[in-house]
Design a protein around this ligand. Structure first.
Ligand SMILES: Nc1nc2c(ncn2[C@@H]2O[C@H](COP(=O)(O)OP(=O)(O)O)[C@@H](O)[C@H]2O)c(=O)[nH]1
Ligand SMILES: [Mg+2]
Length: 252
């Protein structure tokens, strides 16, 4: 009997998890991926068996040999197939189940990009220098784009195809900022929600060290120095007055 082979259905949501030596954190993180969603763990050259652990726990594993937070995130975005893509760090500092309302908002077209504003739980969750740096960055972002965001956190949700169309080029610490700047320039509606920020499992590679922070500042300064694209629109954060367009509607 001839069987009809249907192509495997895409998951409704892909969650990209950049991963560099997160063996300890992976079980907690993957255990909190909402049912029916797919975890896309991007292994960035781990030496602690992270890739094997992620595979054994049922995640889709992508290998990105080029180091860098942006390289890992972008490899995950390229490998994703779902209509909606989320990002979450893989260090157990953020609970991916908190993405459910983010995705609902994107799906219902109430926002184009939803970000988690990190609210540290306990003193060790977020070092003071990282917190101060992030606040300064939010101010610079506001000056550059008009967006009133408080954080540029790694927990986020958006549609895959428009995300790819942003043509992000940063492959290091500037990636999350470049995503927001370019989305703002393209007139996306950007929203943020408070999310608890927990002390990470294992050791930090970016903002938990002075070198990592210095690199992040350098990468982010580069992104902020990029000229806005000529076709850029007026970005809005939710709750702000809509910017009128030539047609009298609201700009997206
Ligand atoms: N810094 C860095 N993080 C990476 C890389 N590849 C994957 N990651 C992951 O990116 C996430 C954020 O890194 P983390 O060290 O927690 O940064 P922090 O939260 O700013 O201190 C973690 O899940 C890392 O495992 C990389 O090349 N560099
Ligand atoms: Mg972290």
């Amino acid at each position: 009997m001839k069987g009809v082979t249907t192509p495997p259905a895409s998951p409704p949501v892909d969650v990209v998890l950049p991963c560099l030596n997160e063996a300890e954190a992976l079980p907690w993180v993957l255990g909190r991926i909402p049912p029916g969603w797919r975890a896309v763990v991007v292994d960035n050259g781990s030496t602690d068996g992270s890739a094997e652990i992620a595979l054994a726990l049922g995640a889709h594993v992508v290998h990105e040999p080029r180091r860098g937070f942006g390289a890992a995130c972008h490899a995950g975005l390229t490998a994703a197939t779902a209509d909606i893509v989320c990002f979450c760090d893989c260090d157990a500092s953020l609970d991916p189940s908190l993405l459910v309302p983010f995705v609902r908002q994107v799906r219902e077209r109430q926002a184009d990009l939803v970000l988690g504003r990190r609210r540290p739980q306990g003193r060790s969750a977020w070092p003071a220098h990282a917190r101060a740096g992030n606040l300064a960055l939010a101010r610079l972002l506001r000056r550059r784009t008009g967006l009133r965001l408080h954080d540029l956190g790694p927990l986020r949700a958006a549609r895959r195809e428009p995300l790819l169309a942003l043509g992000l080029t940063d492959r290091r610490s500037g990636y999350p900022l470049q995503m927001v700047v370019r989305a703002a320039d393209a007139g996306w509606r950007i929203d943020e929600h408070d999310v608890p920020y927990l002390p990470r499992t294992g050791s930090s590679k970016v903002t938990g060290t002075w070198l990592g922070t210095w690199r992040a500042v350098r990468d982010m300064s580069r992104v902020l120095a990029e000229p806005a694209s000529p076709a850029s629109g007026t970005a809005r954060t939710q709750g702000q007055e809509p910017a009128p367009t030539a047609q009298g509607g609201t700009h997206r």
